[in-house]
Design a protein around this ligand. Structure first.
Ligand code: GDP
Ligand code: IMO
Ligand code: MG
Length: 421
């Protein structure tokens, strides 16, 4: 059978976790294909909130197998904590979680290198989550990385020591003091614990399952505008967050991919630094942040808020080959007299509809069309026809502009607060 991909179309935190969990029943396997514990995917049901960083969001569905793919970078300590938390809540991961042997390991010094690099950048820092993501992918592409499969090798500790020593030299260059002793002990303890989860050759595993007629959902992390190639570079993450990343990050061929489900917020947010053309540095932005509880699921940092940006969304839809859309957090837009949609940019005296190479926030002015807002609380509505006319007009306008149906409208964080069209 086929692989569907679900991913974010903005700067992350669109609500991917909620939708993966919601649609997991349609799949046999949910597989994360990139990123690492920089991600925070929130799932809420039965008044219980879960935030997953490395584990795929299908873990609450007992019928589904969850795979941490080769494209993911794993911090064993974070992964252990996640498994323990889930165990305490009665979710047993040992049965339906699998880890690719080819996934790379974040070692303690990677996190120190992340911090040292950000410190050295000063005002130009990325605003990284400091989870060691960039340095781990650098070691992967630099062909120095340590992988999950190495845990099974007799030379594992030797390899760890070699990589740690290499990092210590770089940290000396940065003049960054890091005490490592305790870090390494905790990390090695965590390695022992994650051995309870089966390590697999996930590319073979997935291919066998597909040939048996099983359905796979590839779960993305971050968002398209944080993609290493197509995002707002250098203010991006270090992996391919786009649909093609699912091919590399799981070992599935492009012709196996069927649907690409793009997730976006009814407005827009960004956490960390970098350009954000429709950002609202005013009371409206503050109101969206407050109503939407816009604080990072991983770092707790305040997310920057703004209106929806159609040139950026159209770009993301094209690059990913999106076939279905889910609009999230529609309930947050209740209570505004007017709602704006950015349809183009004014840049160097011209009106443009694409993202220019230099995404200089000061030189690009958003062009807006304005819609009448609505004041009804929509968070308990479960039919599209129940939504206020103004909300329906907003959705219809987006569908016409984006030329793709919005098949899911999310009206609250809970599983049940979801309207299927
Ligand atoms: P992810 O990283 O894409 O999985 O998204 P996050 O979990 O980081 O952030 C999304 C946040 O919005 C979480 O706190 C969710 O519980 C919440 N959320 C998801 N969908 C909705 C929605 O439709 N309405 C509201 N109000 N909150 C939502
Ligand atoms: P999910 O999967 C939102 C941002 C960071 C920073 C930049 C680089 O929950 O949507 P990194 O730690 O990768 O070096 O950070 O990317 N970032 C995210 N923003 N959601 C995420 O993941 C993010 N993962 C990284 O804030 O700006
Ligand atoms: Mg998140």
């Amino acid at each position: 059978m086929s692989v569907d991909v679900l991913l974010g179309l903005q700067w992350g935190d669109e609500g991917k976790g909620k939708i993966v969990d919601y649609i997991s029943d349609k799949y046999d396997i949910i597989a994360r294909f990139q990123g690492g514990p920089n991600a925070g995917h929130t799932i809420i049901f039965n008044n219980q909130k879960y935030v997953l960083h490395t584990i795929p969001s299908g873990i609450f569905n007992e019928k589904v197998k969850n795979i941490i793919g080769n494209g993911v970078v794993i911090d064993p300590i974070t992964l252990c904590n996640e498994i323990e938390k889930l165990n305490q809540l009665g979710v047993k991961c040992e049965k339906n979680l699998f880890i690719s042997r080819k996934a790379h390991l974040i070692i303690p010094t990677h996190k120190h290198l992340d911090a040292a690099s950000e410190l050295a950048k000063g005002k130009k820092k990325i605003g990284s989550t400091l989870r060691g993501i960039g340095p781990t992918y650098m070691d992967k592409t630099g062909r120095n990385g340590l992988r999950v499969g190495d845990i099974e090798s007799e030379k594992f500790k030797e390899k760890l020591e070699q990589l740690t020593n290499k990092h210590k030299k770089i940290l000396e260059y940065y003049k960054y003091n890091a005490s490592l002793k305790n870090d390494i002990k905790l990390w090695l303890d965590a390695i022992q614990k994650i051995k309870e989860i089966p390590f697999i050759d996930s590319e073979y595993f997935i291919s066998e399952q597909l040939s048996k007629g099983k359905k796979v959902l590839a779960e993305g992390a971050q968002g398209t505008l944080l993609d290493i190639d197509f995002g707002t570079y250098p203010f991006v993450t270090s992996s391919n967050t786009i649909s093609s990343g699912a091919c590399n990050g799981l070992g599935v061929a492009p012709n196996k991919i069927q649907d690409v489900i793009g997730i976006f917020k009814a407005y827009c947010t960004r956490v960390g630094n970098g350009p954000f053309i429709t950002e609202l540095n005013n009371g409206i932005g503050d109101k969206i942040a407050k109503k939407g509880h816009e604080f990072g699921s991983t770092t707790g940092r305040a997310r920057r808020c703004g209106w929806i940006d159609l040139p950026a969304l159209k770009y993301a839809i094209t690059i990913n080959g999106v076939t279905k859309l889910s609009m999230m957090k529609s309930d947050v837009l209740s209570g505004f007299n007017s709602i704006k949609v950015c349809t183009g940019y004014e840049y160097m005296g011209k009106i443009i509809h694409h993202l220019p190479y230099y995404m200089n926030q000061n030189a690009i002015k958003p062009i807006y069309v304005e819609f009448k807002g609505w004041h009804q609380d929509i968070s308990k509505m479960n039919k599209i026809d129940d939504l206020p006319n103004e909300c329906q007009t907003y959705i219809q306008f987006l569908e016409k502009e984006l030329q793709i149906p919005i098949s899911i409208i999310s009206v609250g964080p809970d599983r049940l607060q979801t309207i299927f069209k």
